[in-house]
Structures are given as structure tokens and as C-alpha cells.
Design a protein around this ligand. Sequence first.
Ligand code: ADP
Ligand code: MG
Length: 698
Amino acid sequence: MASVTEQFGSLVFDDRVMKANLSAKVYQSLKKTIDEGAGLDLSVANAVATAMKDWAVANGATHYTHWFQPLTGITAEKHDSFISPAPDGRIIMEFSGKELIKGEPDASSFPSGGLRATFEARGYTAWDPTSYAFIKGKTLCIPTAFCSYGGEALDKKTPLLRSMEALNKQALRILKLFGNNTVKCVRTSVGPEQEYFLVDKDMYDKRRDLVYTGRTLFGAKPPKGQEMDDHYFGVIKPRVAAFMEELNDELWKLGILAKTEHNEVAPAQHELAPIYTTTNIATDHNQLTMEIMQKVATKHGLVCLLHEKPFAGVNGSGKHNNWSIATDAGVNLLSPGETPYENAQFLLFLCAVIKAVDDYQDLLRISVATAGNDHRLGANEAPPAVVSMFLGDELNAVLEAIETDTPYKGAEKTQMKLGVDVLPNFSRDTTDRNRTSPFAFTGNKFEFRMLGSSNSIACANIMLNSAVAESLKIYADRLEAADDFETALHEMIRKTIKDHKHIIFNGNGYDDAWIKEATEKRGLCNYRTTPDCVPHLLDKKNVDMLTSQGVFTDAELKSRYEITLENYCKTVVIEANTMAAMAKTEILPAVEAYTAKVAKSAAAKKALDGTLACAYEKQLVKKLSALTDTIAAKTEELEKAVLALANTESIGEEADAIRDSVLVKMSELRVPCDAAETLTAKDYWPFPTYGDLLFGVK
Ligand code: ADP
Ligand code: MG
């Protein structure tokens, strides 16, 4: 068997393979495109395409696909084979530069939020050479962007690349002002930690809620949940270990740096963390990771649940987006430096992030908004829906000293002007941890913790990059015009701290008192649900920022608004329909059958001995009857609430109605059903229980 080092990246057309298979001239030219975004001419594309095809065919591929990320949130592919007829009736394997650069899938069935009328159904895909091509199964996959014929982005990659470019442009301006004339580009990197659940496939197949919606819609609390904290970092069970081993093999072959794996807090919950890499590659890799997790699980008789809240009363799954900014020379701009001058630059970038997170709290919240994630945020297990930042004691003290012009411990002079000689060194502090903050500084990176486990990380990073680019732009405009750079820098840092310190919170983010303080005293946004936050995507300040940074057009933003709410509505309606169907065709018949059995047994006892009271049976039949009546009534109410959606006039109105009535009716229906579960004999209950699912994988 091949060693890990041999296996790693064996299915990736990476730098090593390019170097080995391309002429020096073609390689150089492609490298320039990858590293500096230079244009690419067709002769180079042709040479790359041929080399790619030869390599892919040698590795067993027969087909190729442009691999893209439409607004469904998952990836899409349309396979074409390499075969081309030869004059002698045989075939040759062919792949041209044109086919590499551009594809034209029929775009009409992907969500576009009105961007592309069906009569111009054609969209096109365009090669992203910065993310390596790879082989999946027998198919060469080429990462691409996906646009409408009119050039509007129909995907998540295009705005992500634009946001990275926006941040690059502004960060370069700042670095020039600090005298860095050698830097070529600045990129953000991300390491996303991915949580998921594993359940037994046979049990999963018996639950229509899991099959149709990815989460359980019913289920009484099991006698044991996560209260013992005995799962977190616990010994990994053999079936799970076998799954993880194969998952690692598959990910490594694709060049994905899967690094850490452990059990999470909830039973059956696990986490995988890769080593961080450039944001757009990390995004592609995270999409692939989610896909391969599900595939490998099936091979082990398991199902991987990526839903944010598969089980009520048990922790849900999120994704931690560890994010940093670095130069092409590998200098991390969020790492405190060795000298006061470097520290001044660090403080400026830190302030840019503080300002960005405060000014665009709403966009960050929107970037993680889905029906699934609404169950998590604010449920005392994930960060609240209020965005705030954690910086740690040392940085806080530094910022406070700057704001109030008082000496920071260790500083020699009382004046805290950020001059070359005045600001003291402060060491990077990685010991300080706060696990309840939505946006925490962790020594040399920020960890944005509000993402849901099924979210594409593209959305959060688009907003984050764009907002930070905007802060940097404002700073660069001011500093470029300043007579005295150091004074202007100092003033600006101070002003940022003053204006934005209300976003900084170092306490317990799960505490109710914090939500009160955040909203009432500090005026921070608290958008609890998707319909609450998504309309703010179209607020003027947000549209102005995102369009002026060149990340979205007006039309693209409107389409994102539509699609996010559409997804929300469709998701909940499917859940509601599944609930009603399960209640009517599984739960009610089961409870009825059991009630009849109990009644029959009482009758039999009475026939045997007329003096027997049969109090237990009578009580039980009474309780079960009352529950079936309630279940039937609540099911009807839920069905009515769904039907009433037809009367809404816009997607916004529909989403509000779902939040205010459908979801409420769903919770109401669940209560009697879960109560019935606790009173019905296990043999009669129509599907596996929470206990079965959570503790069923050995
Ligand atoms: P934890 O948060 O569990 O303590 P780590 O801090 O070691 O774990 O790392 C979590 C994730 O952060 C990993 O995916 C890691 O690769 C990523 N990471 C580490 N350094 C950086 C960085 N400079 N930029 C972006 N991500 C990073
Ligand atoms: Mg972490």
C-alpha cells in the first residue's frame, strides 16, 4: 500500500504534476496566472488541457467536468467524456484549451433569483486556475466559476474571488504606506473545522424525517444524552474509526489537508479539521470534504448528518471559520510583530477587522442564515445570533491604553502615540480562550463560529473579506492624504477603538444577561431568524459597500435575497409536510394500535374476572386517546398553516408566515407526539428513537 506521503495529492493536478508535465514556458505562464492573476492565452490553455487530459487518463479518468458551486449550496457537475471519433472508426481521447477554459451547462434548473430568465437559460462556467483540478471517480473535475450569459455570478465562487481581490487591493495600499514595496499580493486563508453526526444507515432509512429533511422532527428525550460529557474527546468507536481512516485516505488523495479528528460534545457527534489554506481553495476543499464524508459513511453502513440541528435537546453542528490575512511572502498580518513598528501595522489590521465586524454585523449574520442554523444560534450551545468579538485580556489592555492615552504596562512614555519608539512589544497570547464568542481572536487569526455545519464557507468569507476591504479602503484613503503618517495612524486607530469598542465583549456569550446588554445598552443587532436578517442584505449601506467593492452587483444582491428566503421557505415546508405525513400515517396508527391492544387486554381481564379494576389500562387508554386527539388536531392546524402560505404575496411575506405560524405549529405538533412515544410500547413505535440513533453506532 502506498504511504501517506505518496498518496497525498495523488489525484490532484497540482504544482508538482504541472512542473513535470508542462514545458517550462507554459508552466511559467500558468504560474503567473495562478500567483498574480495574469491573463492566459489560448496556446497556453491548449497545452495545459492536453497535459491535464493525459495525466487524468493515465490515472483512470474517462470523463471531465466543470465543477461549480451554484446557489443551491452544494456542488454541481456535468460529465463529458474525452472521447472523440477518429476517421478510422476508432476513438481518441481529446480535451482542448477552449473546453478547459469555458463550459456552457444548461443553467435553467439552478436557482438564479430572477437573474437569468429561462429564455436565456445558458450560463457559462469559467476555469479558476487558482484551485487545482482533481480526479473524482473516473472524472477529471475542473474547479470553475458559474455565470449567466450577461456575466452575473450564479454561484458562490465568483463573489468569493472578487472579495479576495477587493481585500488584496486595499491591503496592498496599506502595506505600501508602511514601506513594504516588495509585497505582490495579500490573501486570506481559512481553516474550517467541520462538525457532523454519524448514525446507523438501517435506522436512518426507517426515519422519513431524516431521509427527507436531514433532521429528526420527532423524538422524546432519551434517558441519557450529553449530560455526562463522556463523549467529548472520548475513545473513538471501531466503526467510526474505520470510517475516519477511509475518509482521511480519500481526502489526502485529493490533496485535502485533513489533520485533526475527535469526538464532539454530543453522542454520535464528531469533528474534522483541516490545515488552513487559501480561502477559495479551502472553500472548494470543504465542499469536497462534506461530499466525501457522506460517500464514505455509506460504505460503512453509516449516514453522515451535516444538518445544523439533527436532534432537539442535543448540541447541533457548526463550522468554525479560522481566518487570517497573509502576504505572498507568508507574513501573517494578524500576527503581532517583533517590533513596535510591526505592531502598529498589526494594530491597524486588527482595527480594520474590528470596524468591519461592527459596521457589518448584519452581513455576517446573514452570511450564515439558513432554516437549519436558526435552531442553533442562541440555543445555549452555539454563539448567539448577536455578533460580538473577543480579543483577550492583553489586546484589550493595549486597546484601552491607546484609547485613553494612558501607559500600557511596560510602556516607557506616557504618551501612547504609535510612533516607532513608543508602543511596547506585546507578545502573542494564545492561551486565552473564549469558546462562547461568535468572533474570537485566537493569537494570529480570527475564529468566526456562527457558521452552520452545512453552510458553504464561501458566504461568510465573502462578507468578511469585503467588510475588511472596506475598512482598509477608508484607512488607506485617509493615510495617503495625511501630512504626518504617524499622527494620522495613531488618531485613526484611536478613533476606531472609540467608535467600535461596543462590539468587543469578553464575557460569556451564552448568558441571557449578555443578550440584554448587547441589544438594550450597546445597540447591537439581534436577528434571531433568517427572515429577520435577510431583508437587511438590501439595506443601502450594505448594497453600497458590496457594489463599490465590486463583489456583487445590485441584481446579484437581489437574487441572493430571493434565493436565501426561497431556500428557507422550501426547507421548512418540506419539514412541515414530512411531519404531517409521519403523524398521520405512522404515529397515529401506531398509538391507535397500542391503545387498542391495551383496551383489549383490559377487556380480556374483565371477562376473566369482573371485579378487576384495570385502573392502569383505563388510565393509559385515556391518556393515549387524549394524545391522539391532540395529535390529529395539531396536524390539521399545521396543514392549514402550510396551505395559508398560498395567500402570501412575496417571498418575504411567506418567510415571515413560516416563522410566525408554520414553525410554531410544528413545535406544537411535536409535543403530543413525543409524549405518546414515552407511553407507547417500544415494539409499536414506528421508527428508531433518539436513544437508538445516538447510541446505535458501536
Ligand atoms: P482549536 O481552535 O481547536 O484550538 P487550532 O487553533 O489549532 O484549533 O486550529 C483550528 C483551525 O485553525 C485549523 O484548521 C488550523 O489549520 C486553522 N489555523 C491555524 N492557523 C491559522 C491561520 N493563520 N489562518 C487560518 N487558519 C488557521
Ligand atoms: Mg476552534
